[in-house]
Design a binder for this molecule. Sequence first.
Ligand SMILES: C[S@@+](CC[C@H](N)C(=O)[O-])C[C@H]1O[C@@H](n2cnc3c(N)ncnc32)[C@H](O)[C@@H]1O
Length: 212
Amino acid sequence: MGCCQCQGIENIFDEKSARKELKRYLKKGPTKTTGLLLNAIHKLGVNGLSFLDIGGGIGAIQYDLIKEGASNGTSIEASSAYINVVKSKMNQTGLAKKVTFKLGDFTTIATEEDAADIVTLDKVICCYDEMTQLVELSSKLARKIYAVIYPRDEWWTKLARPILNLYPKLRGSPFRVFIHPTKNVEEIIFKHGFTKQYYATTFVWQIAIFTK
Ligand SMILES: C[S@@+](CC[C@H](N)C(=O)[O-])C[C@H]1O[C@@H](n2cnc3c(N)ncnc32)[C@H](O)[C@@H]1O
């Protein structure tokens, strides 16, 4: 990922939006798409498994997997504001001892030690210009379950992209959203020995779970 995109992440995923999202989550729970992903992961069984949540935002997946019985997890998040909000929430609830927090760009800071049974990327692939690098490394680190939510590559999402990118442009942020071809994303995942177990779509998003 280019360093401009990293700077852009700090501008866009700032403390104000982290607090707003956490407030929404505490009132209403996970978003519809995250809920679909989590329900499908629960059906595969989480008890005793480790996880790696990449770009976990306010931590909806992390709270859930720990409550469902995951043994421990790692959160790699590029926004300092978001990771601080999750850390403080986890400290309040006593869950922090089960999670290792790493601040930075996943593709630069992840190591073999971050390998986990479950790897999740919820609406993160669309933040990466270098999709290949991200999906290669993350699927390599997944031992059993690889779960992703990313935009469908349909004409309407491609049409919406420049409109979505207007917001960061107007804020003077270098952050941009990307729509990567599903075929290219899946090819990398299949290459790492995964098969598709679950698939659902909303108008914008595709929710896919792959297992080994
Ligand atoms: C659209 S948000 C999604 C957050 C959360 N997964 C959710 O669905 O609510 C994308 C998140 O990915 C994080 N992110 C983007 N690029 C990243 C990178 N290179 N390494 C780690 N985290 C990244 C951002 O900071 C942000 O929190």
